[in-house]
Write a protein that binds this ligand. Structure first.
Ligand SMILES: Cc1cc2nc3c(=O)[nH]c(=O)nc-3n(C[C@H](O)[C@H](O)[C@H](O)COP(=O)(O)OP(=O)(O)OC[C@H]3O[C@@H](n4cnc5c(N)ncnc54)[C@H](O)[C@@H]3O)c2cc1C
Length: 393
């Protein structure tokens, strides 16, 4: 196993770095570096810039219009984007549903759906979880009944991230109650403008409405929107979740946020406190260890081995690290990490904030927001069970 980059890989990294520097809008990177709220337009503007270059589907093979990069090149691309302060690409289209459509969809679906995902024009959401069916996803109840050349969908999805912007949603639906719960699930692509769909926001601890409930009331979905075979959706869903968990580890963002933590600790005068610096050092060691783990996975992939079975491990460590740096930032800012000022997350906010560093105001909201990371994408408790079974045996 060789974890060092080759001269070609380093040259590739320079090329990406230069392109990102020249193309990432300064107002967007300013917001990312200071944890300010990104609007729908901010996220989609960056997605379209990447799309125009052919890099929004940076993990895609050339056959489907992607750059055909290997695992190391993908990693270097993600790292350069994160360090430069690019927004995290909303993964539901390019990272989650696209690989499923490529692997299990038909030629017509490739032609119909992939271009809109690759260009960043079409916003996708993920409709897996339901009330009572999160960890126990196979118990999901949203029904899709085949009537002629349509499915009639009834039920409810929940925790749908950014579903308020969603134009399409990929859903797991129940098409049979025979046999094991897993064998009666299908994978449907649903136009969110269809009559009978209602999206209701859920307000979270940080005051934002990042997640939603999505209701389906006799929604008609053309049967041609079924991916793969009826009742085989569980297999496709598992394919997608492995991608989701690797993506959630986000070691590159952790490296950027570690530098921000150090800046905040210095600005607030706690960097000289040995105990506080100990905490930063422990976090840094864990981030380096996570990076080594990611590089081991990439090195294995480069030599043709499939390492996605440790995706759960990456998700556990990555999400815990994300929670730790937001906690340390809030501790560093102390009383200036205000409990909740909604407007403080907007660019240019200069509210009444005597004595503190204005840029630190969103830290508490961020802390609250990041509590989600050990829950979504499959909770860490459940991931530990999976790792115990698949890795330890
Ligand atoms: C911010 C956020 C965004 C999300 N975005 C989306 C989205 O876009 N689309 C989507 O489909 N879903 C989304 N989810 C849903 C997410 O996948 C689920 O919340 C997650 O799978 C946990 O399910 P649950 O909430 O039903 O909790 P439950 O499954 O009810 O779990 C409750 C608690 O019990 C523990 N637990 C459950 N089973 C076991 C077990 N077997 N062993 C040990 N402990 C166990 C869990 O770890 C957890 O602590 C999102 C969630 C959040 C918080």
């Amino acid at each position: 196993m060789d974890l060092a980059f080759t001269p070609e890989e380093l040259a590739f990294r320079d090329e990406i770095r230069t392109w990102v520097k020249d193309n990432l809008p300064a107002d967007i990177s300013h917001k990312v570096h200071n944890a300010m709220r990104l609007t729908r337009d901010d996220m989609q503007r960056w997605a379209k810039i990447l799309g125009k270059k052919g890099w929004l589907g940076w993990g895609w093979p050339t056959q489907f219009g992607g750059p055909g990069w290997n695992a190391i090149q993908k990693h270097l691309f993600e790292e350069e984007c994160a360090l430069a302060g690019a927004p995290r690409v909303v993964p539901f289209g390019p990272v989650m549903v696209a690989p499923v459509i490529m692997a299990f969809g038909n030629a017509e679906q490739h032609k119909r759906f992939l271009p809109g995902i690759a260009s960043g024009e079409v916003w996708w959401s993920q409709g897996y979880s339901e009330p009572g069916s999160g960890s126990d996803l196979a118990s999901l109840k949203t029904r899709a009944e085949r009537v002629g050349d349509k499915y009639i969908v009834n039920g409810q999805k929940t925790w749908t991230t950014l579903g308020q912007y969603g134009e399409w949603i990929f859903c797991l639906v129940r098409t049979s109650t025979d046999g094991k719960p897993q064998t009666g699930i299908s994978f449907l692509l649903i136009d969110m403008k269809s009559p009978g769909i209602t999206v209701r926001p859920i307000k979270l601890l940080d005051g934002e409405c990042e997640v939603n409930e999505v209701w389906f009331d006799n929604v008609e979905v053309p049967a041609e929107n079924l991916v793969g075979e009826e009742n085989k959706g569980w297999n496709y869903a598992k394919h997608l979740l492995a991608h989701e968990r690797t993506n959630i580890a986000d070691v590159n963002r952790a490296k950027r946020e570690l530098e921000r933590l150090k800046r905040i600790a210095k600005a607030e005068g706690v960097y000289d406190d040995l105990r506080f610096r100990d905490e930063i050092a422990k976090l840094e060691v864990d981030i380096v260890a996570l990076e080594m783990l990611v590089l081991r996975v990439l090195s294995a992939e480069k030599s043709g081995k499939n390492s996605l079975d440790i995706a759960g491990l990456l998700k556990i460590k990555g999400s815990e690290i994300q929670q730790r740096y937001t906690e340390l930032m809030m501790q560093a800012a102390g009383p200036f990490a205000l409990p909740f000022i909604f407007e403080a997350m907007d660019a240019g906010w200069q509210g009444d904030f005597p004595g503190g560093v204005v840029a630190n105001a969103p830290l508490a909201a961020n802390y609250f927001n990041m509590r989600k990371t050990t829950i979504y994408g499959g909770s860490n408790e459940v991931q530990r069970n999976i790792v115990a079974q698949t890795v330890l045996g």
